[in-house]
Design a binder for this molecule. Structure first.
Ligand code: AMP
Length: 309
């Protein structure tokens, strides 16, 4: 069976939405990616770092989902990465109020021996040099490398390092605002073209409640987001999407454009659960039947017969 190697933050988040706020809760890009990908019952491992303040029970929860956490380094006396964000009323945009890199600032990732030949590598959001280092440690060229990043790394002093890793990946997943910032183009079609020139052959642009676009050469695929009655907290939706996308591709062992379309539906489907509760709560308690039921809803939402003249 194929393996999925995941890199990204494992973090404390403090979140404010129009519906309430949280104290420090479990968050981080790799946490959401891992939880999402675990729905495909594939071997997966997370490379990350936390401080001594990180509760053992969180690591246990990830282990219980069959995620290999042996490469999550615990730094003695160190403080875990902390992020705080506030969502606007539309829930589609947010401001980062605070980002404290803490132990992430001097992190040297070590890829476990048995994951140096992982077929799919999911480079989740964190320092671009950490993403680069992980890729350089692979002894067998991965079948597919997927990169997720955010605006924080598109500014000085990180931008040059970000460009280096973008040049080395097959797929990039970013949101619409970040695609515009990275490319300098307002039109997402033009933005995707500019980003393709930077390296990735596939560009996924996430548009929150407005779905996601996949670009590859002159082909475009669009998947809507499922219209939901209740959205409490969009935190981690992008990472959950990336986890569903890369998890499904690992499971199906098919990285064609046609199969990536299905991967996008799985990503969107899992992300629709993530936003229903604060933090990781919904993703920690998700059962197979509800995932399948919502996939069926997705199918009904998007399927139609039309006669062309
Ligand atoms: P998303 O909502 O999918 O964009 O991801 C939210 C998660 O990203 C939160 O759980 C944060 O801990 C994490 N995060 C926020 N800022 C950063 C950053 N600059 N680098 C890495 N992870 C971050």
């Amino acid at each position: 069976m194929s393996k999925l190697l995941i890199v990204g933050t494992v973090a404390f988040d403090a979140i404010q939405t129009p519906f309430g706020k949280t104290d420090k809760i479990l968050g981080g890009a790799a946490t959401y990616i891992g939880l999402s990908a675990s729905n495909f019952n594939i071997p997966s491992a997370i490379v990350s770092v936390v401080g001594e303040d990180f509760p053992e029970e969180y690591l246990k929860m990830l282990k219980d989902k069959n995620i290999d956490t042996s490469a999550i380094e615990v730094v003695k006396g160190g403080k875990t990465f902390f992020w705080s964000g506030r969502y606007h009323n539309d829930l589609n945009s947010r401001d980062s109020l605070d980002t404290q890199l803490n132990v992430l600032a001097d992190f040297n990732p070590v890829v476990p021996e048995n994951y140096k030949d992982a077929e799919i590598v999911m480079l989740g959001n964190l320092h671009p040099l950490v993403q680069l280092s992980v890729l350089e440690q692979m002894t067998t060229k991965p079948k597919l490398v997927v990169l997720d990043t955010m605006n924080f790394w598109m500014e000085e002093p990180f931008m040059n390092d970000l460009k280096k890793i973008i040049a080395k990946v097959d797929v990039i997943t970013i949101n619409d605002e970040e695609a515009r910032q990275l490319s300098g183009e307002y039109s997402l079609v033009k933005a995707a073209r500019v980003i393709e020139e930077m390296g990735p052959k596939y560009i996924v642009i996430k548009k929150g409640e407005h779905g996601a676009l996949l670009f590859h050469e002159d082909q475009i695929f669009f998947a809507p987001a499922l219209p939901l009655e209740e959205v409490f907290d969009p935190t981690g939706a992008g990472d959950t999407f990336a986890g569903g996308f890369s998890g499904y591709l690992t499971k199906s062992q098919d990285i064609s454009f046609e199969n990536m379309k299905i991967a996008i539906i799985h990503g969107s489907n899992l992300a629709s659960f993530c936003v229903e509760k604060f933090g990781t709560e919904r993703m920690e308690n998700l059962d197979k039947a509800e995932v399948q039921k919502r996939l069926q809803e997705f199918k009904e939402l998007t399927q139609f017969e039309i006669e062309l003249a």
